[in-house]
Design a protein around this ligand. Structure first.
Ligand SMILES: [Zn+2]
Length: 90
């Protein structure tokens, strides 16, 4: 399948490592020590991207892929809760 070249910024999912247009991914950042889902305007700070896909979410949580992306250890249960919430709101 041929795809048009677009100027959309591409970002990589931390679970499947595929590059996709930014607006197809969910972005999360750590702020004030807690993880939160970004809205339309990305927040400052270290963050990561995930596909809007249950498989990628589960894989990221299972492998704790976000610890590497954030360069710090975060509570996996807390991360899973924030990601789930964001996924269910979309
Ligand atoms: Zn993915």
């Amino acid at each position: 399948m041929r795809r048009h070249q677009t100027a959309k910024p591409m970002r990589r999912c931390i679970a499947c490592r595929e590059s996709k247009p930014q607006d197809e991914l969910m972005r999360f950042t750590v702020q004030n020590g807690g993880l939160r889902a970004d809205g339309a305007i990305p927040a400052e700070g270290r963050g990561f991207y995930l596909c809007r896909d249950r498989d990628c979410i589960d894989a990221a949580i299972k492998r704790k892929a976000f610890n590497r992306a954030l360069r710090r250890s975060v509570d996996a249960d807390e991360v899973a809760r924030v990601i789930d919430e964001a996924f269910n709101n979309n």
